[in-house]
Design a protein around this ligand. Structure first.
Ligand SMILES: [Zn+2]
Length: 305
């Protein structure tokens, strides 16, 4: 089916207490692995183009691959811009057919973040496209961050309502204990903070840096308003591990497709695991959504084992 906007699927996730997996679209094999998992699990899925993917594949090329994958799929697929750097890049993505945008002004002063986010949201809403914004800072593990820095960068629940009201953003990326690009799942999220923010703003919240978060903590966070969870590092790890194993097993092979098939399958299984964990498996019924039938929490914790 054609690409869909993230608006309805994130609202359905927020109200149904599940989360939609937002997976990074770096190359054809990763995109195919992710969408195959979503189709088999009957889940909506967000494919997001990061700044790294734009540098690697190019904006138009990445967008075209996701669009083709969506056309072939019979579950809702969203094409989302991850960590949009400025107003101009958001316009370029809108013209390239993105169905969900993000402006990340978290490094800018508060008023500047509001000003540009509001500008992006106004422009996107004219075209019927929703916008994710970021308040607080989700830091980078490559910068060698300390626990104190993570604490200090967290989203201030007291600012959240003012920010959402003045920017008109549709979803909010929050800094609640996760850090980008962590290679092991060790972090626990600040659930109290998530609760406070969610009760105030009443829009879908977004978790970045999920590869470094304990799965129990992710599942708990979904109960309190986390409705979109970004997964990048874990998929890259699966892709590279699959590739290395395939090369080890058949070092004389000269056909890259043989090795990349193993990588694609490895990505698919990680995406499937996350889709089940987030409770979005089975939520696509026909063209609409159905709430997960079993007790969400116990069903999801079962998926961790
Ligand atoms: Zn991020």
């Amino acid at each position: 089916m054609p690409l869909v906007s993230s608006q309805e699927i994130l609202r359905a996730a927020y109200e149904g207490h599940f989360a939609v997996g937002a997976f990074n679209a770096n190359n054809m094999e990763q995109i195919q692995g992710i969408v195959d998992a979503a189709v088999e699990e009957r889940a909506p899925v967000i494919l997001q183009v990061s700044q790294g993917a734009i540098r690697y594949a190019g904006l138009e090329f990445a967008a075209a691959m996701v669009r083709t994958a969506a056309d072939e799929a019979d579950v809702p697929v969203v094409l989302h811009l991850d960590h949009g750097t400025d107003f101009d890049q958001n316009i370029r993505c809108l013209r390239a057919g993105f169905t969900s945008l993000m402006y990340d002004g978290s490094k800018a002063p508060y008023e500047e973040n509001i000003r540009v986010t509001a500008q992006v949201a106004h422009m996107a809403h004219v075209c019927g496209i929703p916008v994710e914004a970021e308040l607080g800072k989700v830091l980078q593990s490559t910068d060698g961050v300390t626990e104190e820095q993570v604490q200090a960068a967290m989203t201030d629940p007291g600012q959240a309502l003012d920010f959402v009201q003045r920017t008109c953003c549709d979803s909010l990326a929050v800094a609640v204990g996760s850090v980008h690009a962590m290679k092991e799942a060790q972090a626990e999220l600040d659930i109290e903070r998530i609760k406070q923010i969610s009760e105030t703003v009443n829009i879908p919240l977004v978790l970045h840096g999920s590869s470094g978060v304990k799965e129990e903590s992710e599942v708990e966070a979904i109960q309190y308003g986390i409705s979109k969870i970004n997964v990048a590092t874990m998929l890259n790890q699966a892709f590279v591990k699959g590739l290395c194993q395939a090369i080890d097993e058949d070092p004389d092979n000269v056909d890259p497709r043989k090795w990349l098939t193993v990588s694609r399958d490895a990505v698919k299984e990680v995406a499937r695991h996350k889709i089940r964990l987030f409770g979005s498996a089975g939520t696509v019924k026909g063209n609409g959504f159905a709430s997960p039938s079993k007790s969400f929490r116990s069903a999801n914790l079962g998926a961790i084992e």
